[in-house]
Design a binder for this molecule. Sequence first.
Ligand SMILES: [Fe+2]
Length: 178
Amino acid sequence: MNPYEIIEKYYIPGSDLYNILVKHSEAVRDKALALARRHPELGLDLEFIAEAAMLHDIGILETDAPGIKCFGTHRYIEHGYLGAEMMRREGLHRHALVCERHTGTGLRLADIIARDLPVPHRELSPVTLEEQLICYADKFFSKTRLDTEDSYERVEKKMQKWGEESVKQLRHWREKFE
Ligand SMILES: [Fe+2]
């Protein structure tokens, strides 16, 4: 499967939004693959990581985030499950799970309810190693500073807004994947 062909069904090649999505996703893919290659003992599926990392944010176009050229109607935090719905329509059920499980360090059902988040009421935390690795790699790249990889310290600071459990999860992944 060629993830660029899927992206180009929804995004106009050469548009600002296409360039933001593709550049960000390539950075996430390359970091995830580099980490995966350092850990052959984990037996990660590299082909799947490359595809799913490219598609993890495909739902952003349905959100209202003009700063990154998204002019949809949904809140930005919804882009994960919205992308998952798109991937399921493409028959890509395994990739869909990466989309809906990559926000923050994952969204726990209890937090979704407690914070009244506008996402489906189910566990949206990464489960498989591939889902975890893509979620982790994603945290190092914003869509507004496309040329920069954040330091681990900066990422940890950003995660504090999600609560102490998220910071713990991030540290755990750092041990496992770095
Ligand atoms: Fe992302």
